[in-house]
Design a protein around this ligand. Structure first.
Ligand SMILES: Cc1cc2nc3c(=O)[nH]c(=O)nc-3n(C[C@H](O)[C@H](O)[C@H](O)COP(=O)(O)O)c2cc1C
Length: 170
């Protein structure tokens, strides 16, 4: 798939078929995530791959509201920020965001669906997640992506708005 086509057709998928995600697809998604740019090439991230049904169900129940999609997702990838590894102080959220966008796009390229579930700065979600998965205290849960074959049809959206573009002056 061409990069621009992938960017313009990606949507957030919240309903999944039960078919498992192939192991090599998980590897490709993680490769894409770790190939993201990062300030000072710090690569301040870690990933937890989850395919344990009971843990995915607990995430749906414990990680705040609106996360029922983990009940039908066969897999999830959690990304955590590592402040100690960031190239410059305060940059890890931007670095992790780049990795997150690569996860979205790589999954889409492979014919899989996913949705970015925010954790960073959402304290009840972080607390709930830490109750399900033991994570070292210094690692910061940033976002979690349920991933699977899509069970919903979502059309591409064209969102370009010329009113948001300013040339040479505001
Ligand atoms: C930083 C960020 C946080 C998001 N958090 C959530 C979330 O917690 N729950 C959710 O269902 N979708 C979440 N989304 C997905 C957005 O709702 C979605 O991207 C937006 O509605 C546009 O739809 P699209 O992704 O299909 O283009 C998040 C997206 C981003 C970029």
């Amino acid at each position: 798939m061409e990069t621009l086509k992938a960017i313009m057709s990606r949507r957030s998928v919240r309903k999944f078929k039960s078919m498992p995600v192939p192991e090599n697809a998980v590897k490709i998604i993680l490769e894409a995530a770790m190939n993201a740019p990062s300030a000072g090439d710090g690569r301040p991230w870690h990933f937890v791959v989850l395919d344990d049904r009971s843990k995915l169900d607990k995430i749906a129940d414990k990680v705040d509201g609106g996360n029922e999609m983990f009940k039908n997702a066969p897999l999830a990838i959690l990304i955590l920020g590592d402040e100690k590894k960031q190239g410059f102080p305060g940059f890890y959220p931007q670095d992790c965001s780049c990795a997150c966008q690569n996860i979205y796009l790589a999954a889409h390229d492979l014919g899989l669906g996913s949705v970015w579930i925010a954790l960073w700065s959402v304290e009840p979600r972080i607390k709930g997640l830490r109750e399900v998965i033991e994570i070292p205290e210094e690692m910061i849960p940033f976002a979690i992506f349920p991933i699977g074959y899509s069970d919903e049809e979502l059309p591409s959206e064209y969102r370009y708005d010329p009113e948001l573009v300013h040339f040479n002056k505001w």
